[in-house]
Design a protein around this ligand. Structure first.
Ligand SMILES: Cc1cc2nc3c(=O)[nH]c(=O)nc-3n(C[C@H](O)[C@H](O)[C@H](O)COP(=O)(O)OP(=O)(O)OC[C@H]3O[C@@H](n4cnc5c(N)ncnc54)[C@H](O)[C@@H]3O)c2cc1C
Length: 423
């Protein structure tokens, strides 16, 4: 699927055709895997990255690449469910991630822009509650009771950033040892298996979007996927980088002369009116037909925080997933935390993201209910855990309502955790 980032073509890497060994093996060549590999290679570790297809052609290829601490998750909700300290830590580590992007921008040219990001509200109470928590955690923000000549109020976070994700990746892969078309199909402590070869590694990091082993870490009980629709529209008008108070609201950012308009986020595998709300916005605002449009999806955790840390009961295997459509900061946070763990350095934020934390009971029950109902249906089945697939006639694809695998009409996996193409 075409996106505006296709003006960069990443160089190609060979397929692995022998056994290898390394200090660190990174599995998955999206932004998360590449940041982990880059950061660890800089410490002098021997790092190998393997990617089952081509680098960064999945979630990362279709992102909008805004790195901000102002996300869909409310700080007031984090305070309510986890306490003020967690809200403060979530803010701090996201800010650290943005500083890391800023440092990268000093070294590399990747269309990096420092911007303010905004969250716009029609619900006054939500707007006030959020400010309340933000003040308590000493967050740097501005509140706009009226915003942008609209009926909305907004919260602004200054000094955030947005960039061209593939231009960044093009820089970071220079000098890394990478193998493409090299899927990992099995893991043991210290050994990863491709269909023909073995890779021996002291540490293994799984950055495959949805973790690729079926049962390890019980991710099938706590990880779903949500999709979102994006259009690129030529306009000379400058838009602020903004999201709405609900995760399904429209979001905006500029890239040169283009407006990236996105929204209508919803769980993969369920009926959707697709681009309709975006098309309505174009019509109401006299904007031209988009020069390109695309759909993307991401893994979503049960409690809104990513899962970063040890993978199941493996000893030296890590996982980074559940970015809830905020994987620019999520991936950078993963690289920082996992690097520290590999160097036995304690990281005060690691506990926050531990994959072993408790899953909220209600979410767990909802996920189990969806899976049970779908296992009972007589339909084409997902190659992950056998849920009945939903045929999305608008997008002409099959989607799994349980864990979000997506297949094209020929049965080819577009998004994992579907494990192999359907016949
Ligand atoms: C429409 C949309 C807009 C978004 N915009 C933003 C944004 O503005 N800011 C933000 O912070 N986040 C955003 N996100 C989220 C962000 O794009 C993702 O969180 C991020 O790209 C995830 O990167 P990743 O490396 O984890 O996954 P991926 O990019 O999917 O990479 C995983 C890689 O692993 C490979 N792989 C899978 N299985 C195996 C295997 N067994 N062996 C080897 N390789 C394997 C895959 O082929 C893939 O290349 C957005 C998401 C959507 C849906």
């Amino acid at each position: 699927m075409k996106t505006i980032w296709d003006n960069v073509t990443l160089k190609e890497f060979p397929r692995l055709d022998s056994n290898l060994s390394a200090d660190v093996l990174v599995i998955g060549g999206g932004i998360c895997g590449i940041l982990c590999a880059h950061m660890l290679a800089q410490t002098g570790k021997k790092v190998i990255l393997v990617e089952k297809d081509r680098l960064s052609q999945q979630r990362t290829h279709k992102t909008t690449a805004v790195a901000t601490s102002l996300q869909d998750l409310y700080y007031s909700d984090i305070e309510k469910h986890f306490g003020l300290k967690v809200a403060q830590q979530f803010y701090e580590i996201n800010q650290l991630a943005i500083e890391e992007y800023q440092k990268l921008s000093n070294h590399y040219d990747f269309d990096y822009q420092e911007v303010s990001t905004f969250k716009y509200f029609s619900d006054k109470q939500k707007y006030l509650n959020e400010q309340n928590t933000l003040k308590k955690i000493n967050c740097e923000f501005k509140a706009h009771d009226t915003w942008n000549n609209s009926q909305f109020s907004a919260i602004e976070f200054p000094h955030q950033c947005q960039f061209h994700p593939l231009m960044l990746i093009q820089n970071l892969i220079e000098g890394l040892e990478i193998y493409e078309h090299t899927p990992i199909i099995k893991l043991n402590n210290g050994i990863a298996y491709t269909p023909k070869n073995k890779i021996y590694a002291r540490h293994i990091i799984v950055c495959t979007g949805y973790p690729f082993l079926r049962f390890r870490g019980l991710f099938f009980t706590k990880l779903t996927q949500s999709k979102s629709y994006v259009m690129a529209i030529e306009t000379s008008k400058k838009y602020p980088s903004a999201i709405g108070e609900n995760s399904s609201d429209l979001y905006f950012r500029n890239y040169h002369e283009l407006l990236l308009l996105g929204g209508n986020d919803q769980k993969t595998g369920h009926p959707s009116d697709g681009y309709a709300p975006l098309e309505k916005y174009l019509k109401e605002n006299n904007l031209p037909t988009p020069s390109c449009q695309w759909i993307n999806q991401d893994t979503c955790s049960a409690d809104g925080l990513p899962y970063i840390g040890k993978y199941g009961h493996f000893q030296n295997v890590y996982v980074a997933t559940g970015f809830n459509l905020w994987g620019m900061t999520g991936s950078m946070i993963s690289a920082l935390i996992i690097k520290d763990d590999i160097f036995n350095k304690s990281n005060q934020y690691a506990k926050l993201f531990s994959p072993k934390r408790k899953t909220p009971l209600l979410k767990l029950l909802q996920n189990i209910k969806t899976a049970t109902l779908n296992l009972l249906k007589f339909k084409k089945r997902c190659t992950h855990l056998g849920c009945a697939l939903y045929f999305n006639d608008k997008e002409q694809c099959y989607e799994c309502p349980c864990h979000g695998s997506k297949y094209d009409l020929n049965g080819k996996v577009i998004y994992n955790p579907g494990e192999h193409d359907k016949k």
